[in-house]
Design a protein around this ligand. Structure first.
Ligand code: IMP
Length: 183
């Protein structure tokens, strides 16, 4: 089976994608490219357009990912704007917005979009959890230090490699692999 290219600026995502897809017998390589994202309230629309742009750039079958962190008590914010919000107010800013809030439930969505010039397919994964009270130590990237998935008391950052047992990315990639291996 042909190797798939994962196009992203985020190498952290690639390391996770590679590890997860290796358990599904799907071989993936990294193209570190910056893809212009359309502005939209819909992750699906962003992922779809991103896949087409990536295919035009790399010229072979490609997958891209679009994610969002959705916080219930903030009406789903930051959602499709997660990347901008992370760059601007960051994890400390999110914790401030939730000061005094009894409801800290949140979820991550991941959409994996595949495109080979003919077929475009979107696979989804979601993980429910909550926003921690503080920014935890232990590395990780993005919102890893403040997101606690259901089923544990540890944040993604504290879970380290076990993050993949819970993550939205794993669930989306497993759905993708099921579809892809029957293509
Ligand atoms: P995008 O899909 O690259 O636009 O990602 C949206 C935002 O969600 C980025 O700012 C990431 O930091 C954040 N994000 C996506 N997945 C994860 C994750 O697994 N852990 C932590 N943050 C994430």
């Amino acid at each position: 089976m042909e190797t798939i290219t994962f196009a992203s600026t985020n190498q952290n995502k690639f390391f996770e994608v590679q590890l997860i897809l290796s358990t599904q017998n799907v071989s993936v390589e990294f193209a570190k490219i910056s893809l212009v994202e359309i502005q939209s309230d819909s992750l699906e629309e962003i992922a779809r357009e991103k896949a087409k742009t990536a295919f035009a750039e790399v010229g072979r079958q490609v997958i891209v990912e679009d994610d969002g962190l959705f916080i219930d008590s903030l009406g789903g914010f930051p959602g499709p704007y997660s990347s901008f919000v992370f760059r601007t107010i960051g994890n400390d800013g999110i914790l401030k917005l939730l000061t005094g809030s009894a409801n800290r439930s949140a979820y991550f969505r991941s959409l994996i979009a595949f495109y080979n010039g003919i077929t475009l397919s979107i696979s989804e994964g979601r993980v429910d959890g909550r926003i921690s009270e503080r920014v935890t130590e232990g590395g990780g990237w993005g919102y890893d230090p403040i997101f606690v998935p259901d089923g544990t008391d540890l944040t993604f950052a504290e879970l380290k490699k076990s993050k993949n047992e819970y993550s939205h990315r794993r669930r989306a990639l497993e759905n993708f692999a099921k579809w892809y291996l029957n293509l």
